[in-house]
Design a protein around this ligand. Structure first.
Ligand code: FES
Length: 102
């Protein structure tokens, strides 16, 4: 039997954890903050199904860019993003919501 759990997620974002690890974080003031943490702070979400949005660190997605992190917006799975190290949180959030530069 498959059980179903309720979730408050209105969307999801997948962030490659291996890319982040290779950069030693790569974001934030000191360049040591992982992108998943930066995004959670910028979007004001926590971990788990009770958050408004899922921001989840995943294993290697098979793209493995240099000096960037692969991000997949659950609302636009046909368009993966390679976020360069050091990109400001606002810019990443804007591209996720579709209001910023593509
Ligand atoms: S290391 Fe991130 S896609 Fe492979």
């Amino acid at each position: 039997m498959i059980r179903v759990l309720a979730s408050r997620w209105q969307g999801s974002v997948l962030v490659c954890g291996k890319c982040s690890k290779k950069l030693g974080g790569g974001f934030g003031d000191k360049g040591r903050t992982p992108l998943v943490k930066l995004l959670r702070q910028a979007l004001g979400v926590k971990k788990g199904r009770k958050a408004d949005r899922g921001v989840v660190e995943v294993k290697c997605l098979g793209v493995c860019p240099k000096n960037a992190v692969v991000v997949v917006d659950g609302a636009h799975t046909g368009r993966w993003m390679l976020v360069p190290a050091g990109t400001e949180a606002d810019e990443v959030v804007a591209s996720l919501t579709g209001t910023g530069p593509a």
